[in-house]
Design a protein around this ligand. Sequence first.
Ligand code: 4AD
Ligand code: MG
Length: 461
Amino acid sequence: LTTVRQIYRDKDSFLNKEVTIGGWVRSLRDSKTFGFIVLNDGSYFDTLQIVYHDTMVNFSDISKLNVGAAIIVTGTLVPTPEAKQPFEIQAAKIDIEGASAPDYPLQKKRHSFEYLRTISHLRPRTNTFQAVFRVRSLIAYAIHQFFQERDFVYVHTPLITGSDCEGAGEMFQVTTMDLKNIPMTQGGAVDFTQDFFGKPTNLTVSGQLNAETYAMAFRNVYTFGPTFRAENSNTTRHAAEFWMIEPEMAFADLQDDMELAESMLKYVIRYVLEHAPEEMNFFNQFVDKELLDRLNHVLNSEFAHVTYTEAVELLEKHNEEFDYKVFWGCDLQTEHERYLTEQLFKKPVFVTDYPKEIKAFYMKMNPDNKTVAAVDCLVPGIGEIIGGSQREDNLDKLTARMDELGLKKEDYDFYLDLRKYGSTRHAGFGLGFERCVMYLTGMANIRDVVPFPRTVNNCEL
Ligand code: 4AD
Ligand code: MG
């Protein structure tokens, strides 16, 4: 089969020649002696028009087709200079592969994203979701290529773990125990020794701790896999199941970490502009009119840098504009993050050196003993897209911090070993893959960049 994408990209070699295309009917108009079918073949978000005539033996069967039917068309690609599309197919033969029932939910009119979320098995058949999920696939590929070109080793970290990397307690528990008949200890606690792993386990919130162990052997590694958070936040940027890319570098500090993050984001932007120009133009036209200007501006400038303390000083001057007032020590909210990157800097911003109280236990303490070597990367339209840090590589400082936070050291033996046997400075970050897809496509809701989204009260399909 020829694909519609091949035809759009290289029309001169197909014009006035015979082509065969398989696809799904987007719309159909028929009159007594001829008809038009608008077809999408999944290779390209846009459609191709087919003209067919009553000279075909199955003319009446074709005219009875409903939207959504699967067909294979053989015919000649002819130029149509006056029409919206530059060419169409004059069909010689149309095979009906599978008819479609008349109640097919996707009709020619524009459906809202909200409605399309209720039919996540059919929405990939629309232009927007054709473009989104093709670009999502390309971004994943570009990310692997970026790290592989730099000799980073791809590590597959486990999805079931016994630790809580971020210490935020937002974990989905994993158990084989029968909820109606949970074994209890004498003391009245749940007896996890009778569970599959003999202890409480959960779905991972981050592969970082495992990735660090491999960084201490390979130097530069990355993970790219699903992560899970039982955050009860019903926002356009939080999903319960999302993918994260987590590079980890030995012999590297926070500065190296930021340089890696900036080159990665620029690489991926350049990659999609080069490999999916049609989709990117489509997003710019129909989803976000400033998308291409914004991305090109990112490619042509350096990311901004501020410390948390400087950011708080800048934001405090605008406190009347915020629902949640800023003060030193507060966790920056999305409204503050977006204000920094959209109003004050108008480009991606690295915010560094956050108060230790609002960051995870593993981050390296700064000499001031108040802040840690953390970095968040904020981008317009989204806010935080990356969170990272230099890691505490000193055994005594790390154990002291864990004691302060009441973390059980027995649960982190392997992690402490890394500080015992050949410790070195090291740093890494986590890029939220879905937020990256939103950033590059202009899509405003995380539910519309995950094929089958899982959010609070929603686990369809
Ligand atoms: O900032 P976070 O929590 O950092 C970590 O998990 C570190 N262990 C990463 C590291 O240093 N290796 O999460 C990293 C990124 C966020 O910046 C955000 O883009 C994304 O993951 N993220 C989410 N994306 C969608 N839905 C959620 N519920 C998310 N929570 C975090
Ligand atoms: Mg974070």
